[in-house]
Ligand binder design. Structure first.
Ligand code: ATP
Ligand code: MG
Length: 228
């Protein structure tokens, strides 16, 4: 199938500086990247090279010190706090290394949460959450709490939650970092399927076998693109 080439994410000379007392840390040091709709991209680089910082910029969790991050052609620096919140809620699904599920809620309630923030009615919410859990192979465990699930199962629930508001971009920061190889592969196969159905996937990973799932690898080092 021919993929669309529309640019969905663009970074222009992005600099992110943190001040730690006397110290200045250049987490990102002038990064320019263009990602098209429907791409599956892996971001790799040594620890501390700026991968999470980069992902947080794309996810509108943070704005650059210098340069611009554009989502669908709109600079995040020009968005109001409300607009940023809406983009994070409706356009972007986040998946983290540590799953970040709410321990006191069932799998289904965890998946319902982003829909509550969007004010989706209860019946529709429950049905959709159940459907999403089925999609990731967790339909029969929707009443389980996170502590009653394996790591791989918790990550599937986290993916279902990321899909709750039907985002076009999925951002994952070391999604297989706490999983064994086989569970990690299952998670990446789900990502691949999500990509096949049109979503843009951006995955940060240390693991070359995880990066193999992507069609493009962006390497960074010391906050810069590593072109060596
Ligand atoms: N909130 C912060 N305050 C100060 N320094 C920060 C902050 N966040 C990140 N940094 C620094 O910015 C640099 C890049 O951090 P980042 O978390 O993006 O690296 P990373 O590539 O994701 O590393 P890892 O592979 O270990 O997760 C590091 O030197 C880090 O210490
Ligand atoms: Mg990181």
């Amino acid at each position: 199938m021919e993929k669309e080439k529309r640019e969905i994410v663009r970074l222009e000379k992005v600099v992110k500086t943190y001040h730690m007392g006397e110290h200045t840390v250049h987490a990102l040091n002038g990064i320019s990247i263009s990602i098209s709709e429907g791409e599956f991209v892996a971001i790799m680089g040594p620890s501390g090279s700026g991968k999470s910082t980069l992902l947080n910029m794309i996810g509108c969790l943070d704005v650059p010190t210098e340069g611009r991050v554009l989502i669908d052609g709109v600079s995040t620096a020009e968005m109001t706090e409300e607009e940023l919140t809406r983009i994070r809620r409706d356009r972007i699904g986040f998946v983290f290394q540590s799953f970040n599920l709410i321990p006191t809620l069932s799998a289904r309630e965890n998946v319902e949460l982003p829909m509550i923030f969007r004010k989706v009615g209860e019946k529709e919410r429950k049905e959709r959450a159940q459907k999403l859990l089925e999609k990731v192979g967790m339909g029969d465990k929707s009443d389980h709490r996170p502590s009653e699930l394996s790591g791989g199962e918790q990550q599937r629930v986290a993916i279902a939650r990321a899909l709750a508001n039907d985002p076009s971009i999925i951002l994952a920061d070391e999604p297989t970092g706490n999983l064994d190889t086989s569970s990690g592969n299952e998670i990446m196969n789900i990502m691949k399927e999500l990509n096949r159905t049109g979503r843009t996937i951006i995955v940060v990973t240390h693991d070359p076998s995880v990066a193999d799932f992507a069609e493009r690898i962006i390497r960074i080092r010391d906050g810069k693109l590593d072109v060596s």
